[in-house]
Structure formats: C-alpha cells, structure tokens
Design a binder for this molecule. Structure first.
Ligand code: SF4
Ligand code: SF4
Length: 313
C-alpha cells in the first residue's frame, strides 16, 4: 500500500495558510511554534508524561533522567498527570507569558494514557492555554476524537517519507495491529497509511497541523518536497524540516548543513509554509523558545514561596 498521491501525479497546492477559523486565528497568532511573531513573547511548556513509544525511529535515543542534553526525546524526569499540572501551576503563576502547553514525549504521546489525563486536567483548569501534542501519527486515526475531547487545538505529526521503502530505512520497527513488531516495508506501509489518514482527520477536526520531517541526507532528502506537497494538499498548515541529530542507527551519518536545510525549506515553501525558528526542544522544555527555564526549579521556587507565605501570614 502506498500513500497517495504518487510522485508522478503531484497535486496542486491548496492554500490553507490564511486563518479562517477562530482556532486557526488563535494558534497561528499566539502559539510560539506556529507563529514567528509570537515566539519572542509567548512561551510554551512541554510536559514529560509520555515515556512509552510504539515505533523506533533510527535516529532516536530517549532518556528520562537527562539534564545536560537539549534535543527531542530527553527529559530530566517523567511526570504523572497530577505532577504535570502542579508544574503548569508553578510556571504559569510565576510567568505571565505562557501561551501553549504541549506533550511531546519523551516517547509518543498517543502511546501513553497519561497524555489524555494530563490534557483533560489542563483543559479544566487552564482552558485559555493552547493544548498541543506532537506525535509520530501511528495512533492518530484512532485517537483524534479523544484529542479533540481533551481540548487539543494544535498538532504536530512527524512524517519522514512518502514511500514505504524509504520509511523502511528510517524506522527500525513499528508496532502492528496486535502489538507485534513490524519491520521493513511492511512497517513503512503500516505507519505511513496511519500518518496520512491521521493528518487528514486532524485537519477535518479543525486542528492546526504542523508536519515535522527530519532531513536525513541520502535517506529521505529526495522525498522531503513530496512530503511537503502531500501535506499541503491535505490541509496541513505548516512544515518544519529539521536537521538530523546523528545518534543511534544514524550515529555515523552526516547531518545536513544549514545551507542545505535553507535550500530544502525554500524548495518546499511552494507547497506549504515553512517553520524556520524551531530549536529541537527537550520533552520538558519550558518558557520562551531559545530562553528555556528549568521547570523543576520553577516548581521548587513556587513551593518555597507558598511555604514562606504560610509562615508569615
Ligand atoms: Fe523517538 Fe519520537 Fe521516534 Fe518514538 S516517535 S522513536 S520517541 S523520535
Ligand atoms: Fe516549537 Fe520546535 Fe520547540 Fe517544538 S521543538 S516546541 S516546534 S521550537
């Protein structure tokens, strides 16, 4: 099974960039990742409540006790839903600039029920904050209704291929329908079909959707324009082409240069808007993009402040 359309029948660009709905206007003006204008004034919080993953990307090393690396897939700890909401309270009350709260790992959010518990608590207590999720898309068709129910407004799906053969080179394995580990082209077909179906379902549900693609020179670079083309035609709002961080199966790969990234974004821009300010943040990132705060320190300071107030009042 191949994701449509084929490379020989490119669809015309569907311009989805002009905000038409209230949700699009909100996310495209206030979410620091979806709006370049907002990223210097509005912060985000990533809540690391999702340790499990249902696929293995060849470039991923997850770490749950990591304080000295800044990249996706790492966090200093894994939180429960109630611990996560305590962090949101601490950070939001001490920083007036938080606009979005997302779940981006350290595994796949949709493979962890704590994601839905956390977002449900967030919706009830902070309905004004933009709830967002970043996923590999495997479970997206099955969980899109649940994401809408817990108030998610924006979504990122990481899609690294259009051809199953290419996906087979990117992913070591993908969980199958019965939880078995699929490999090779079978894994690629299974994942790609769900990613594209999930993306379309998310657009139809009114979410603002970004497609992340990791630029893997010699592996998927020739397919990145096709991903942008299909994503734009499907109604996604933005594409984010990220340089490979060489590790795991791709430890010896040479990442793209900034000039290559720039040129690739320029060639994809005709199909879909390009994000250019992504910092490849940790799964527990907090604050303004590029000026991260330590969420645990903020929480400790908030606790001390509360205890001090109790002593003096
Ligand atoms: Fe790592 Fe995310 Fe890929 Fe899972 S989906 S293996 S957490 S990069
Ligand atoms: Fe935004 Fe990129 Fe950081 Fe995600 S990784 S929060 S898209 S800047």
């Amino acid at each position: 099974m191949s994701p449509e359309p084929s490379r020989t029948t490119p669809p015309a660009r569907t311009d989805t960039h002009a905000p038409a709905t209230r949700n699009e206007r909100l996310v495209l003006s206030e979410h620091p990742c979806f709006s370049r204008a907002a990223h210097g004034r509005t912060g985000r919080i990533h809540l690391p409540v999702a340790p499990e993953c249902n696929i293995q990307c060849g470039y991923c090393v997850r770490k749950f006790d990591c304080v000295n690396e800044s990249r996706p897939g790492v966090s200093s700890t894994v939180l429960s839903a109630s611990e996560a909401i305590e962090r949101v309270r601490a950070v939001v009350e001490r920083n007036g600039n938080i606009g979005a709260v997302g779940i981006a790992g350290p595994g796949d959010p949709l493979a962890n029920e704590a994601t839905f518990e956390t977002l449900s608590l967030l919706r009830d207590e902070y309905p004004e904050l933009i709830g967002c999720v970043s996923t590999n898309g495997l479970e997206l068709p099955a969980r899109i209704g649940d994401l809408v129910d817990v108030g998610v407004r924006s979504l990122t799906v990481t899609i690294n291929a259009v051809m199953p053969e290419t996906a087979a080179a990117v992913y070591a394995w993908v969980s199958g329908p019965a939880g078995e580990r699929l490999r090779g082209i079978e894994a690629g077909e299974h994942l790609l079909a769900r990613q594209w179906a999930g993306l379309r379902a998310a657009v139809a549900a009114g979410l603002v959707v970004k497609v992340n693609s990791v630029y893997l020179p010699g592996v998927n670079d020739f397919e990145l324009p096709a991903i942008a083309q299909v994503a734009g035609a499907a109604g996604a709002h933005m594409s984010n082409i990220l340089p490979l961080i060489p590790q795991a199966r791709f430890a010896n790969a040479i990442p793209p240069t900034p000039a290559q990234i720039h040129a690739m974004r320029a060639s994809c821009e005709e199909h879909i808007s390009q994000m250019s300010h992504c910092q490849q943040c940790r799964a527990d990132a907090c604050g303004l993009i590029g000026k991260d705060q330590d969420m645990e320190s903020e929480t400790l300071m908030a606790r001390f402040a509360d205890e001090y107030l109790e002593m003096v009042v």
